[in-house]
Design a binder for this molecule. Structure first.
Ligand SMILES: *[C@@H]1O[C@H](CO)[C@@H](O)[C@H](O)[C@H]1NC(C)=O
Ligand SMILES: *[C@@H]1O[C@H](CO)[C@@H](O)[C@H](O)[C@H]1NC(C)=O
Length: 368
């Protein structure tokens, strides 16, 4: 079996000429693509008519520009910190950003949209959000745009050598199954059956990510859902984590890791990496002082018990030092907590990163 690549001197010259004309230089650090929900959305929802948004203060209060960018964080989010770890000079822009064109496309793109889940009916209350199938459709559109810029062959290489991050699942519980008592999904499924259904749908999504060309995909599960300030405010009497939501996370996350192991055997290589975000978060939630936090129960920005009710807005309570809080708002970790999570993604043991951490991936991939 042989593959031929015909590169005549003329076609090389033409490519160089076009590349110079279009201001395109060689791809430097590997590209990075992000799919998922608010934990990884870097601002797509700013461009949509939705209530799931983080584009006004105090969001972004510690971001370099001190502006709200649409990230659900006081500063950097998880994709920013991963992007920095793989040597990118700037984070991939939100796919809907008008600034995402020309050479910036080669950095990658962020397709994530706050409010989405594995299921299409998750997050319907947020109106216009980019559901995961649409995020994948945008990725195909992206590949066509980049193809027009650097050619089909070079695009295929960029896509297969890139790093991917997929973060889904939390909203399928908090913004679907447990959103209201007697939700449609909770009447349809007992929790263990719902979890099995989510895992089977998540598997289909991951296979589609693979089919679109991805070969290194970090996949996160949910955090300890019952311990976020929002759930403490709604469901807890004495500050203990909500048992029901903890049960959901405890069922979902191990099955996600198992599903990823099966997928890797199916495709015959370690394409997918399970990041145990439940354990990463549980570490600092159960022992906040050891990580330099004063609390893991009270959100920095919010109102009501644990600052866990409603949204983080200009009118909310706001803590003076965000680094002392594990949670920035009722649902999302602070930048400081995101750093702890990304440190584990980078160098965690197999309990945290299965089958391997990001530093090992970078070493392996630099050898091929
Ligand atoms: C979700 O919607 C997309 C697009 O309409 C569709 O292709 C997909 O099958 C749906 N997923 C499920 C689980 O129904
Ligand atoms: C990453 O994973 C490897 C292999 O599991 C392990 O040996 C190493 O200690 C971990 N951390 C770093 C920084 O490489």
């Amino acid at each position: 079996m042989a593959t031929f690549s015909i590169a005549t001197p003329f076609s090389i010259l033409l490519t160089l000429f076009l590349a110079t004309l279009l201001g395109v230089t060689k791809v430097e650090a590997r590209s990075f693509f992000v799919f998922g929900d608010s934990l990884v959305d870097s601002g797509n929802n700013n461009y949509l008519a939705t209530t799931a948004r983080a584009d006004s203060p105090p969001y972004g209060i510690d971001y370099p520009t001190r502006r709200a960018t649409g990230r659900f964080s006081n500063g950097y989010n998880i994709p920013d910190l991963i992007s920095q770890r793989i040597g990118q000079r700037e984070s991939p822009l939100p796919y809907l950003s008008p600034q995402l064109n020309g050479q910036r496309l080669l950095v990658g793109a962020n397709f994530a949209s706050a409010g989405v889940g594995i299921l299409n009916d998750t997050g319907v209350q947020f109106a216009n959000i980019i559901r995961i199938s649409q995020q994948l459709a945008y990725f195909q559109q992206y590949q066509q745009r980049v193809g027009a810029l650097i050619g089909v062959e070079e695009t295929r290489r960029l896509v297969s050598q890139a790093l991917y991050l997929v973060t889904l699942g939390g909203n399928d519980f908090v913004n679907n199954y447990y959103l209201v008592p007697f939700s449609a999904r909770s009447r349809q499924f007992a929790l263990p059956d719902y979890v099995r259904y989510l895992i089977s749908e998540y598997q289909k999504i991951l296979l589609r990510v693979y089919e679109t060309g991805a070969r290194r995909v970090l996949v996160t599960g949910t955090g300890p859902l019952g311990c976020v300030p929002a759930e403490l405010a709604m469901r807890s009497r004495n500050g203990e984590c909500s048992a029901e939501l903890q049960r959901a996370a405890a069922l979902f996350n191990p099955q996600l890791t198992q599903m990823i192991q099966r997928l890797n055997s199916q495709v015959g290589s370690n394409v997918f990496i399970a990041a145990n975000t439940e354990l990463m978060n549980t570490d600092f939630i159960t022992n906040p002082q050891a990580f330099g936090f004063v609390t893991s129960k009270v959100a920095c920005c919010g109102q009501g018990p644990y600052n866990g009710l409603g949204l983080c807005t200009r009118l909310s309570n706001l803590c003076p030092n965000r680094d002392l809080y594990a949670f920035w708002d009722p649902f999302h970790p602070s930048e400081k907590a995101n750093r702890i999570i990304v440190n584990q993604i980078f160098s965690g043991s197999v309990e945290y990163m299965n089958p391997m951490n990001l530093s090992t991936i970078l070493t392996l991939d630099s050898q091929t």
